[in-house]
Design a protein. Structure first.
Length: 473
């Protein structure tokens, strides 16, 4: 959502001449580039547990971060208010950090401003009181209990935020926007014959309070009971090397963790990624496209701008099997001599922006998902992963399987649990045998932690990898 420029200047109580003064002050010691990141964010949350909305909270974050780049040095300081005296002190502090000799000054260029709005907000969360959401939460609880007699507890978490940001830099670029976010998570606890299982589902979108309604309620209530019979029946199968079919949607988290991070340009610039020397090379079979996208309407990971004022875009990391782009912030783009891709992101104004993913997914192929499963003699089908560990340098990964099935002679048979899938990201990419025509973006409350936490999303079509290690009996 975008208001007019005056709205943001008034929120932060600054003028354009003051922005120019701040960047000039920050470059006093000869920095190559300076940027300012202003933020005003309101957060609100509610928790329903045991039939009662038992807790909630509201808080506001406000301030400005000032960054100075000089060669390989970064100076960063912030102020939790926008009084000119305090901002000037922060500018001087950032300038002093980046002072001294620094070999190889960098050149930073302007980027074209497209002024796209991927998440217009119809109903402002800030205009809603807590009491307006209580009927929805109670109705959702009732709907979930009605779905399955084995449910003994329902927990509902609801949160929203509205973030006003304004960015200015020493190139004279001034950008601004308002970023809404609404999220609802439902957890149901089931008991059957002395056994307990639980399942959580969530939805999160960059949208206003129009998100809260019957459509969302019905979708969450239906989704939270899916597959629970299989959870109670699941076995721990024999382990070993076998084919793995990743189901469309949430299993895209493996793509994000095991491969996406290795495409972030800071890891590659520093030689820490397995893909550091593979630009332009064939890294997986032809026809495979892996994307990081900031332009999906209302998506949790989308951005009209990143946190450096670079417009959001759709970036192909792999196109037709060839590695064609890393994910760049302004620093790595300057280092590589390419345009930034809109991946400079930060948790809030207290943090430096660094290359981060947005919505990361593999595009659909042309294979029929049922045909993919039918082609597997022995393997497993996985539709939910959790608790992954990845070594960026080597590309090795381990993921815990929350939900899946054995595949025997082309048919999904027994549900499975308590197993790990172990492999190597680049090897797994090269071992892909088939990509389904059923891409699904998962709209859960995905959050990526890489020094800082930022909202992301992920997705994947049905994908067959010829061989991974499955840790079981």
């Amino acid at each position: 959502m975008m208001n007019d420029k005056t709205y943001y200047l008034n929120i932060f109580k600054v003028s354009e001449p003051q922005l120019q003064t701040l960047t000039a002050t920050a470059l006093t010691h000869g920095g190559d580039y300076c940027d300012l990141y202003f933020e005003h964010t309101t957060f609100f949350n509610l928790l329903l547990k045991d039939g009662v909305v038992s807790s909630g909270g509201f808080h506001t974050d406000f301030g400005v971060g000032i960054r100075v780049l000089k060669g390989e040095k970064t100076g960063y300081a912030y102020s939790e208010n926008t009084e000119m005296t305090d901002m000037l002190n922060a500018a001087r502090a950032a300038s002093a950090i980046a002072t001294g000799s620094s070999a190889g000054g960098r050149t930073y260029a302007k980027v074209a401003d497209r002024k796209s709005d991927f998440y217009p907000m119809k109903e402002n969360w800030r205009a809603k009181g807590a009491d307006s959401f209580l009927p929805f939460m109670k109705d959702l609880e009732t709907a979930v209990f009605s779905k399955d007699s084995r449910i003994v507890k329902v927990i509902i978490r609801m949160s929203d935020s509205v973030c006003d940001v304004m960015m200015y830099n020493s190139l004279g670029e001034l950008t601004y926007e308002t970023r809404p976010m609404g999220s609802v998570t439902v957890t149901a606890v089931f008991q059957q014959n002395g056994k307990t299982e639980n399942r959580s589902v969530s939805r999160s979108f960059r949208t206003g309070a129009e998100l809260i309604g019957q459509t969302l309620l019905d979708e969450l209530a239906e989704d939270v009971v899916k597959g629970i019979d299989e959870r109670f029946e699941a076995i721990r199968p024999k382990g070993g090397q076998m084919s793995v079919v990743m189901g469309a949607g949430a299993s895209g988290i493996l793509l994000h963790e095991a491969m996406g991070h290795a495409f972030e340009a800071d890891f590659n610039r520093k030689g820490q990624s397995i893909f550091s020397e593979k630009m332009g090379q064939q890294v997986c079979p032809k026809g495979i496209n892996v994307v990081d996208d900031g332009t999906i309407a209302y998506n949790r990971g989308s951005g009209n701008y990143d946190d450096e004022g670079v417009p959001g875009e759709k970036t192909y990391m792999i196109h037709d099997g060839v590695l064609c782009s890393y994910l760049h912030d302004r620093i790595s783009a300057s280092w590589y001599g390419v345009a930034p891709t809109g991946n400079g992101r930060r948790e809030n104004f207290r943090y430096n922006p660094i290359p981060r993913m947005r919505a990361t997914y593999m595009e659909s192929g042309n294979a029929d998902p049922e045909g993919i499963i039918a082609s597997v003699k022995e393997g497993i089908y996985v539709d939910e992963f959790s608790n992954g560990q990845v070594k960026i340098g080597e590309g090795d990964f381990t993921f815990f399987v929350k939900s899946g099935y054995l595949i025997e002679n082309g048919r999904m048979t027994a549900p499975v649990k308590d197993i790990n899938v172990i492999g190597n990201g680049p090897q797994a990419l090269s071992d892909i045998l088939a990509v389904g025509n059923d891409l699904k973006i998962d709209n859960g409350t995905w959050t990526c932690g890489k020094e800082q936490s930022v909202p992301v999303s992920c997705g994947i079509p049905t994908v067959l990898v010829s061989s991974l290690t499955v840790g079981g009996e």
